[in-house]
Design a protein around this ligand. Sequence first.
Ligand code: 0X9
Ligand code: ZN
Length: 302
Amino acid sequence: RLTWKAYHRLQDIHDFIDYMAKTYPDICSTETIGHSVEKRPLKILKISNGNARNPGIWIDGGMHAREWISPATVTYVAHQLIEGWEQLPEHMRNINWYIHPVSNPDGYEYSHTTDRLWRKNMRSHGRQCPGVDLNRNFGYKWGGKGTSASPCAQTYRGSKAFSEPETFYISKYISGFPRETFQAYLSFHSYGQYILYPWGYDYHLTKDRADLDRVARQAGSIITKSSGVKYTVGSSATTLYPAAGGSDDWAKGIAGIKYAYTIEMGDTGRYGFVLPARHIERNGNDGYTFVDTVARAVAQGR
Ligand code: 0X9
Ligand code: ZN
């Protein structure tokens, strides 16, 4: 059983997914979409009222190992959706949810056992430094700005686009659905409190930037009203820095998913990646507000 008063190990998060699927079989199911470099399962939790024609929303967390608030927030959101299901507004229940709380399971475990600030996956490169930055390994403008060809760099892009099973199986899974299925792709990271939309690879903006910006600002202002916390909104490249090969850019540019966002959870730097667990609930609520706002936009088709 998970609590949101501590950070949890991978096995506990996977047990939570299985427990939810077993306890709420009418709305929940689980699927393993592939295995990581070290052969850990890449597990997702699906939540649905059973209508295959609902729009889909993909949520992933834990792509960067040390960003522990991300899996914590994503599991918090999943728990809220499930426990509150009967009372949820239509725009939340008429969505098929695909939730992947730990997309970098090997790195996540390594950050618990060995190096708290590990970021990449655990790909071995022989005698060179291990690890690929999964958020530089997706296949849209792969290898561009803000990526490194050197295995020792924190932003090592890998040997080619989707060279890593953790990114490959996400793209394979999503690409297996009809193109209109997924209407939102939400990647949870930390830290800095930003809501970011494409593009990340360069300073250009998408044609529908106004829609992406409006929904992000809406979420930001509701979060500020409810928890007092501020999220900065803008495109990834202009707001943070250009970085190619991100999951959000792939979702937007290749998978054709309209609402592609990266949200950087708290804090703004006091604790950074090593955020004390007492901050999980607040971040969880902020994450839920973000997801709720995006789902409302999806339901309204705008
Ligand atoms: O650099 C990243 O991958 C993300 N920031 S983090 O501190 N969590 O590492 C930002 C990614 C934004 N999206 C793209 N650049 N595509
Ligand atoms: Zn990150």
